[in-house]
Design a protein. Structure first.
Length: 312
């Protein structure tokens, strides 16, 4: 076993990030790994897949470790739709298969019945750190103490840490608390790796992020993105090469197609342009992107049809 200069054994393990929708789980993952791997928006259930982000703390750090964070879909208390059932299943599986759970709670709204329902579904044998996100938004800091006392009485959390995922406050502390609870072991991934997801997968996610951010409440929930073509080519003008990508946005009804296209096709042009810029930043490469919109009625109606679109 590798021993560090601080005489701390190197640790490695999986850390599940769970919580109800819109509490900041994806923003937290991105902040912990220092890269925008998991897409974010104000729309519930933006995250639909398990997204793995890797943070490696090298030898010489107070606690050398490789933390394999796994973002998960927000846990829905209403799961009558097939998509919600699949996402809830993924969220609970992520927790069950990890060494440690970071449960994210919105400090502003406090501890809710939905938070308690998710907590009750997590194996009591698993260590849990509660991250009280958006703590910086509390107008009156004195509101934090009663909340901390209430949460402490639950006796389920190893640690309770107020954080701001968006501003990066106390994220290093959260990472250190997580690292200390991981089992000793060698790193699974290389020191420069940030995720196990392919660029093809990340390209689809970046297009979906722009859909949610630009269309907001207009966007139908039953929308997904499929990459039809993806190729890498050398580029004489860019060391990172060139990516040629074609993607299709699927909506559930014909009436939803004009919402995505926009007047005169301006909507889809802006979605493609912003997604392309995000890809070039993340991939460090030039990107040529084509995006189409098609209708696929019932694609999200059953768990079997969801599997065909990559939902676990």
């Amino acid at each position: 076993m590798t021993q560090s200069a601080t005489d701390q054994p190197f640790r490695c393990g999986h850390v599940a990030i769970v919580g109800r929708p819109n509490v900041g789980k994806s923003t937290l993952l991105n902040g912990l790994v220092g890269q925008a791997l998991s897409i974010t928006s104000s729309k519930a259930q933006t995250t639909r897949h398990r997204i793995l982000g890797i943070r490696t703390q090298p030898e010489g750090a107070p606690q050398p470790a490789q933390l394999i964070f796994i973002d998960s879909p927000g846990y829905q208390t209403k799961s009558h739709q097939a998509l919600n059932r699949v996402l809830n299943k993924t969220s609970l599986q992520v927790a069950a298969e990890s060494d440690l759970v970071v449960m994210v709670c919105d400090a502003g709204s406090g501890w809710t019945a939905a938070d308690q329902q998710l907590l009750d579904r997590i194996d009591p044998k698993l260590p849990i750190i509660l991250a009280l996100n958006k703590a910086d938004k509390l107008a009156d800091a004195s509101r934090m103490m009663p909340l901390l006392q209430k949460l402490g009485q639950l006796q389920r959390f190893d640690e309770i840490v107020p954080i701001s995922a968006l501003k990066g406050k106390q994220l290093d502390l959260l990472a250190e608390l997580c690292a200390a609870r991981l089992p000793p072991g060698e790193a699974i991934y290389g020191p420069d790796e940030l995720t196990d997801r392919s660029e093809r997968f990340l390209a689809a996610e970046l297009i979906r992020e722009r859909l949610f951010r630009l269309l907001g409440d207009e966007l139908p929930y039953e929308t997904t993105v499929v990459i039809d073509q993806y190729s890498e080519e050398p580029s004489p003008s860019h060391a990172g090469g060139f990516r040629r990508i074609a993607a299709t946005i699927f909506v559930n009804r014909e009436s939803q197609r004009p919402i995505v296209l926009g007047k005169g096709g301006e909507g889809i042009k802006r979605i493609a342009s912003e997604a392309r810029q995000a890809m070039e930043h993340l991939f460090d490469a030039k990107v040529f992107l084509e995006v189409f919109v098609k209708v696929k009625t019932g694609w999200a109606d059953t768990e079997q049809s969801l599997k065909a679109y990559g939902y676990e």
